[in-house]
Structures are given as structure tokens and as C-alpha cells.
Unconditional design. Structure first.
Length: 327
């Protein structure tokens, strides 16, 4: 097993040079300033072996990528720019230095893709499984931060891409069938944070009123937005964007693709609301600037909870996604 000092030295080298305004790895705290007119955004996520990932199919580079990506996604969810990260690891003895270097390569490569600097962290021994805790620090211009509490009655509900891919990818990984649908496996193993879209949606004049990233499934994450905004939501099953690969895989796996879209989790798509009057302009802008689509799935309504409208009528699907503490 590599020593803590060796690992820290390796990570420090892999992290690269930090900006002059940053005092990074080496002290008890990382010290940095924030530009005038900006607010700092700080978030932390913890990934636990056996809960969030399985090393049977999650390679070290992929896991490093994912650990960084899911945290960067939190900054994207509020329209911010990710800037700094801290990484803490509880390491079981079975992971050798080669595994740790590969993990670090994946982690730092993902950070660098989004301009994020690794400025510190901690390492401890774990008696059993691997635990990863990442703190991400970003910034956003004052007045351009999107909260989940800003939705209004009759605002349209939109998502940034296909739903359920990651859940089906997880199922395929568990069955050792990743090669059959690599797009779905990649959605689970190496999610992509939507920073550019988040920044665009938070820009002045966009009209977006509320936003979050979907980590626990549409049914649960939209229910969180409803609770924060003091409203309900009605979504249409036929409007949910579901990929061709997801539909094919669900048929093969004999599972309901709608259940995966509603409750699978780990999509890391952006879920947001805006007044109906700005929807088409927003669609055109996103397509023109970012060369991508956004999808309307429903609207905010008076009341509480999430109602799903389908061919069999209407039903409440609130909080039917992933719940960490009710397993």
C-alpha cells in the first residue's frame, strides 16, 4: 500500500499549477479570493462503494471521471462556473498505487476539462469499502444564480436531454452487458455535467425561473423543486425524452422504460422552468448557441406533488426516484 505522503505528492503533481490567487495543496486549508460582483457556490457530494458505484465494472479512470463530474454538475445546476475542488478519500488496503494513479488521472482530467483546480483534500484508511468525498467551489454573477425555489404557476417544465439512460446503463453493467449498448453504459459510468447550458440558462434575460440537476430521478427531483417553490407539477408521459437505445434496452431487459425515466436517477440532466412566453425564444437560442435541444415535459400548477398524465389517466409519482436513507 502506498504511503499517504506519496499519494498526496502524486495528486499534487497531477493537479498541476494553481493560479497566483490560490494557496493550494499543502496546508490545512486552501486560501483563495472571489471576484467582486460574484457569489461563491460550494457543494459537497459523497460516493460510497456498494451504494454509488461497484468496482466490479467501474474502472478507476471512469470512477475518477464520475466523482468529478457529478460534483461539477451541482455548480452547473445553479448557473455557475466551477473553479476549485477538494478530494477526500477513505481507502481500503486492497487498492494499490496503480489503481490510485489511474483514478487520479480520470479525476484531474475531468476537472481540467472544465477549468477546475484541485486545491486540497484528505486521505485516510478504510477498514472496508472505498469512500470518496468531493467539495466543489464555483462562482456566479450576483443576480444570475438559479435556485430550485423560483418556479411560478403555469411555468413550463423543461429538461436538457434524454431520461433513464443511466439507470438502464447500470442494469446492463450489473448483467455484464455494457458492450451491447455502450451509450447507456457511458451514461452511468461517465456522466457529462452541463456547465455551458447551465451558464446560458442563468444569463440575464433568459427567463429561466428555477433549475436543478437530476441525480435522483425526475419524479424525486421535480418533487424537490415543487416543494421549494410551493407548487405542484403536471408532466406528460408522452413528452418525456427517451432515447432509442433506452427503449430498445428496456424491451430486451423486460423492464418499463417509463419507470427508468421517472425514477432511475443519475441522469445529471438539467431540469428547469420558464414562463411559456419565453419558451420558443429559449429553444431557438439554445439551438443556435449550443447546437442542442431542450424538451418541454409539463407545467407547474397550484398544489403540491408531481402528477404524471398518461394513457391510463393521471397518478401521483412524487418522490418515486432514488432515496438514499429509505432503502
Amino acid at each position: 500500500m502506498v504511503s499517504e505522503r506519496q499519494l498526496i505528492d502524486y495528486i499534487k503533481g497531477a493537479a498541476g499549477k494553481v493560479p497566483e490567487r490560490v494557496d493550494g495543496i499543502g496546508d490545512d486549508c486552501a486560501v483563495f479570493g472571489c471576484r467582486e460582483g460574484c457569489k461563491q457556490l460550494v457543494s459537497v457530494d459523497t460516493l460510497v462503494e456498494g451504494v454509488h458505484f461497484d468496482l466490479t465494472w467501474h474502472g478507476p479512470r471512469e470512477l475518477g471521471h464520475k466523482a468529478a463530474a457529478v460534483n461539477i454538475s451541482d455548480i452547473a445546476a445553479m448557473g455557475g462556473k466551477p473553479c476549485f475542488a477538494l478530494l477526500s478519500m477513505a481507502l481500503p488496503a486492497r487498492l494499490d498505487f496503480a489503481w490510485l494513479t489511474a483514478f487520479t488521472e480520470g479525476f484531474t482530467a475531468e476537472l481540467k476539462e472544465y477549468g477546475v483546480v484541485l486545491v486540497g483534500g484528505d486521505t485516510v484508511a478504510s477498514p472496508e469499502g472505498l469512500l470518496l468525498s468531493v467539495t466543489i467551489i464555483g462562482e456566479a454573477e450576483e443576480g444570475r444564480i438559479l435556485y430550485r425555489s423560483g418556479a411560478g404557476v403555469d411555468d413550463v417544465i423543461m429538461v436538457s436531454g434524454s431520461l433513464g439512460d443511466a439507470a438502464l446503463g447500470l442494469k446492463l453493467c450489473r448483467e455484464g452487458r455494457q458492450a451491447s449498448w455502450p451509450q447507456l453504459a457511458a451514461a452511468h459510468l461517465t456522466p457529462r455535467p452541463e456547465v455551458a447550458l447551465g451558464r446560458h440558462l442563468a444569463a440575464a434575460g433568459s427567463g429561466v425561473t428555477a433549475m436543478l440537476d437530476m441525480s435522483d430521478g425526475l419524479a424525486t427531483d421535480l418533487a424537490h423543486m415543487c416543494a421549494a417553490s410551493g407548487l405542484g407539477a403536471r408532466i406528460n408521459a408522452d413528452w418525456l425524452p427517451i432515447s432509442v437505445s433506452a427503449r430498445q434496452a428496456a424491451l430486451d431487459l423486460e423492464i418499463d422504460v417509463l419507470d427508468s425515466a421517472l425514477g432511475g436517477g443519475e441522469d445529471y440532466r438539467l431540469l428547469f422552468t420558464c414562463p411559456a412566453a419565453v419558451e420558443e425564444d429559449l429553444r431557438r437560442e439554445v439551438k443556435a448557441v449550443l447546437k442542442r435541444q431542450i424538451f418541454r415535459i409539463g407545467k407547474m400548477i397550484p398544489g403540491c406533488g408531481v402528477l404524471l398524465c398518461g394513457r391510463d389517466g393521471e397518478r401521483d409519482v412524487s418522490f418515486q426516484g432514488y432515496e438514499h436513507l429509505t432503502r
